[in-house]
Design a protein around this ligand. Structure first.
Ligand code: MN
Length: 191
């Protein structure tokens, strides 16, 4: 991933004549950095967690999805940067295309960098990102911690121990629908 065009890998994987996913032209940062979590039923169901850093969405695929329970350490596999506009994407990625399947915007909102004055870029390099999410479903402090480097970077997403933790409620089950359309992934697929 070159510094000059962080979206090169993203674009190389996709044929924009076939998929409705955005090419990505917006590079102006948001007033407040945004995050999004997309529920994605591809070959395997997973949740894509994306954080706005430096005008793009840094992205991780989380097979089990996020949890509000600090005891849960959720594997997060780093994937290619996505364009900012991707935060609004939901729909069906056609058969034969990269990521073929259905995507809904499961949660979105803004976040704060809890390691300030250390930048998010530095935090990513160090492999320790601490953020406070202000989403519709996910709120409170979360840590992303890298535990393996290399071609496939592996991280863990862990809820911090604060007032927003919840050890009883499985938010993936109690709030499965899109925050944009109100639809579940099954409803969107069958429309
Ligand atoms: Mn995905």
């Amino acid at each position: 991933m070159s510094q000059r065009d962080p979206l090169k890998t993203y674009r190389a994987k996709r044929d924009f004549k076939k998929t409705l996913e955005p090419v990505g032209r917006e590079r102006r940062p948001s007033q407040k950095p945004i995050f999004v979590i997309q529920k994605h039923r591809a070959r395997n169901l997973h949740y894509d967690f994306r954080l706005e850093v430096g005008g793009v969405l840094k992205s991780w695929a989380i097979p089990k999805g996020p949890s509000l329970n600090p005891a849960d350490k959720r594997l997060a596999i780093a994937v290619e940067d996505h364009p900012r506009e991707y935060a609004r994407f939901e729909g069906v990625i056609p058969e034969g295309e990269y990521g073929a399947g259905t995507v809904i915007v499961w949660d979105q909102g803004t976040f704060r960098n809890l390691r300030e004055p250390l930048s998010l870029e530095r935090s990513l390099e160090e492999g320790q990102v601490e953020i406070y999410l202000q989403g519709k479903k996910l709120k409170g402090g979360f840590v992303l911690r890298r535990f393996r480097r290399g071609t496939k970077e592996l991280w863990l997403l862990i809820k911090m121990r604060d007032k927003k933790l919840d050890t009883r409620r499985d938010i993936l089950k109690t709030a499965p629908q899109s925050v944009l359309s109100g639809k579940t992934i099954e409803e969107l697929k069958n429309k």
